[in-house]
Design a protein around this ligand. Structure first.
Ligand SMILES: Nc1ncnc2c1ncn2[C@@H]1O[C@H](COP(=O)(O)OP(=O)(O)OP(=O)(O)O)[C@@H](O)[C@H]1O
Length: 690
């Protein structure tokens, strides 16, 4: 199922209510973006062939499970039946004896005999006694005859009837006797509850909700109120789906159920990652007490990653929602990013950068997206953006921080310039005070995708005052920029108050968190109180690479397995993006002049060490050798065992002629290199091209 884009036009955010976080504002157009609706018209199992098959399969599985369960216990059941039959035989015998021995007339006959003895001459009395005695004897004879006849018939049948008949007769006899021996507390079959991956029924759900306090306990032996299952539980994909209404009068709402995900999972005997719940809103026929729940057979997020469809595309329009990943049930999750701002957080090595890069990758395929990128780690993740990025900052050293601050000022100036142009445009061209596809091309205002990765590194490198200035500038761009085409895409590794400034997060409309250690950290990235509502990235584990919780509104969140876009594929998309921009005159800024990018684009071979040195020196005109070596190692750990001599020799071999071996930086005169000397060693064709 494709989650459709919202119809409403997005907001500038300028007049927004400041004390409510951006995702929680009533005018947030993505508020219900990820609320997965489910309005059944046909019974869910009959909606498609796959569902019919899955449910038939599940029915057979349940039958098989019960068959095995009770089959294994059949000797135990047989012993029980024999026990009940014996009790039945004893009870039956006890009741039959008086009948057979005809106790009924004996008392009367005895009384008659006493009277006959007292009046021996009374002929009538004597005749009555004789008749009564004869009747009793006759009755006894018949009863005993019938009983012995039955026994004889049974003995004959046992001898001569076929085995099948004997077994059937034996079973009937046993059944009859067992019925006589039955009592209220007697039972033969054990009560087996199949594991959830075999079957799920409403009883299990009710028990789980009752145990977690979401349903009231009944009085005495009564079970208490139950949920009303409007659909299911039914087989749906690799799990069980159910939509239920909470009973009225219980004082609980769907949001309470979502908040108790871990407890419910524990009661159902599965991991909380397997329990996927969402509210069913009024637009999908739901109400405040309706919950859509899907319980997966296994952890759905441990499946192999799905390759990003972007990799196969030649172009993409940034106006369209970007393919981002899949939810647990395999529904595609796409992200509309225009007019929005994004924040990615989470522990290291969980796929934050890879996920963040998906949005950049989409932007690469639209020539009318201008990239401003800062990667404060300065590793391999973003380096190929040098082919496309209008500005690219790599590293968190002093020169890089300086370049980043200049980038912020440039962005703010561009934002003001754009707003003043937009204000001057007639409403026929600019009806809503923001970019339109026509304005983008006619006034050369491409969307600006402002990407910042490893933000925490920058905050560690600056003092508090500088940090506040950076936060203010970034917050201003994210808050005011969307209407002028600025899309902010920030990521930070350490989800603590210092690395994820609340002031910044508050104005971000799309938040994504990979695994974090606890709910406090999760809230730090996703927003205050989100974990309590069910959007909790701390339920993810270390194995969940590329999996994160995506929040776009108060009730709009989903755990997503992001598409996989390897660095190599991303790098080749950078090359594709460069060609696209060259073709329509949109290759601007740093990318237009970057020597390594130029060399790559023109197919000119440049020594890797020369190219890498130029990359790490991109913000400095000169650098001490020790710093250069440290930055090279940060870029690629293979440089770890290089020393000054080896570096000098390798650079000399590529044709670098040092005009000076000592460079003075901030009063320190030490061995080092000038960027000019390195650039001069680039192949002549490249120098001419520049
Ligand atoms: N969508 C995905 N599916 C499966 N694996 C992924 C996915 N995205 C990333 N990974 C794996 O996770 C590893 C770490 O990814 P990434 O570098 O994005 O993490 P990170 O959270 O940004 O880490 P750091 O903060 O240290 O840079 C990658 O090398 C990749 O193998």
């Amino acid at each position: 199922m494709l989650i459709k884009p919202p119809q409403d036009a997005p907001q500038d955010g300028q007049g927004a209510v400041e004390d409510v976080e951006a995702v929680d504002r009533p005018d947030n157009p993505l508020a219900d973006w990820l609320t997965v609706p489910d309005a059944p018209i046909l019974p869910a199992w009959a909606r498609n062939w796959a569902s019919v098959r899955a449910n038939t399969g599940a029915f057979i599985k349940v039958g098989w499970w019960h068959g095995r369960y009770h089959g294994i216990r059949s000797p135990k059941y047989a012993v029980k039946v024999v026990g009940y039959s014996a009790r039945g035989a004893f009870r039956g015998g006890r009741r039959l004896w008086p009948v057979l021995t005809a106790q009924d007339h004996t008392a009367g006959i005895k009384a008659l005999r006493v009277q006959v003895k007292a009046k021996p001459d009374d002929v009538v009395l004597a005749a009555q006694a004789v008749v009564a005695h004869r009747e009793r004897t006759e009755a006894r004879r018949w009863r005993w005859g019938a009983a012995l006849g039955l026994a004889a018939a049974a003995a004959v049948a046992l001898n001569y009837a076929s085995l099948g008949l004997q077994i059937a007769a034996g079973c009937i006899a046993c059944g009859g006797l067992a019925a006589i021996g039955w009592s209220d507390e007697a039972h033969i079959l054990d009560h087996g509850t199949p594991p959830l991956r075999i079957a799920m029924d409403a009883q299990q759900l009710n028990d789980a909700l009752r145990a977690t306090g979401l349903l009231k306990q009944g009085k005495g032996d009564e079970e208490g109120p139950k949920v009303n299952c409007v659909m299911g539980p039914l087989r749906d994909g690799n799990g069980w789906a159910v939509i239920f209404d909470l009973p009225k009068g219980g004082g609980k709402k769907a949001a309470d159920v979502l908040a108790k995900r871990t407890e419910i999972a524990a009661e159902l005997g599965v991991d909380e990652i397997q329990v996927i719940m969402s509210r069913v809103r009024a637009s999908a026929g739901g109400n405040a007490g309706r919950v859509s729940m899907w319980v997966a057979d296994d952890d759905p997020y441990l499946a192999p990653p799905n390759p990003s469809p972007l990799e196969q595309l030649d172009t993409f329009s940034i106006w369209d929602p970007i393919p981002f990943g899949q939810d647990a049930r395999g529904n595609r999750v796409t992200l509309p990013i225009i007019w929005q701002s994004m924040f990615f957080g989470g522990l290291p090595r969980r796929g934050k950068t890879f996920s963040q890069r998906l949005l950049t990758a989409a932007g690469l395929l639209d020539a009318y997206v201008r990239h401003y990128v800062a990667d404060f780690k300065g590793g391999q993740d973003w380096i190929q953006m040098r082919q496309v990025a209008h500005r690219l900052v790599l590293g968190a050293e002093e020169d890089a921080i300086g370049a980043f601050k200049a980038m912020l000022k440039e962005l703010l100036a561009e934002m003001e310039r754009r707003f003043s142009i937009l204000r001057g445009l007639p409403t026929s061209i600019c009806p809503e005070g923001k970019l339109t596809p026509e304005i983008v091309k006619r006034y050369n205002m491409p969307f600006i995708l402002f990407t910042v990765d490893e933000l925490q590194e920058a905050f560690l490198a600056v003092d508090d005052q500088e940090r506040d200035e950076i936060i203010n500038d970034m917050a201003r761009i994210a808050r005011r920029g969307p209407a002028a085409g600025f899309i902010s895409n920030y990521a930070s590794q350490r989800p603590d108050a210092k690395s994820v400034p609340t002031k910044l997060r508050e104005i971000i409309t799309i938040r994504y968190s990979t695994q974090v250690v606890d709910q406090t950290s999760s809230d730090m990235v996703l927003g205050k109180g989100k974990a309590a509502q069910g959007a909790d990235a701390s339920v993810l584990s270390e194995e969940h690479k590329g999996v994160g919780v995506l929040v776009t509104g108060p009730a709009s969140f989903v755990t997503v397995k992001a598409d996989m876009l390897e660095t190599a594929a991303f790098n080749s998309m950078c090359a594709k993006g460069r060609l696209l921009r060259e073709a329509c005159g949109q290759l601007t800024g740093d990318a237009a002049n970057d020597p390594s990018a130029l060399a790559e684009a023109s197919g000119i071979t440049v020594s890797p060490v020369l190219s890498d040195c130029l990359s790490v020196m991109r913000h400095s005109v000169k650098m001490h050798t020790a710093d250069l070596l440290a930055r090279l190692e940060n870029l690629d750990e293979d440089y770890g065992d290089w020393d000054a001599e080896r570096l000098a020799k390798e650079l000399e071999d590529t044709g670098v002629k040092r005009t000076t071996k000592q460079v003075n930086i901030n009063g320190k005169n030490l061995a080092g290199y000038r960027r000019e000397d390195l650039e001069a060693a680039m192949p002549t064709e490249l120098l001419n091209a520049r």
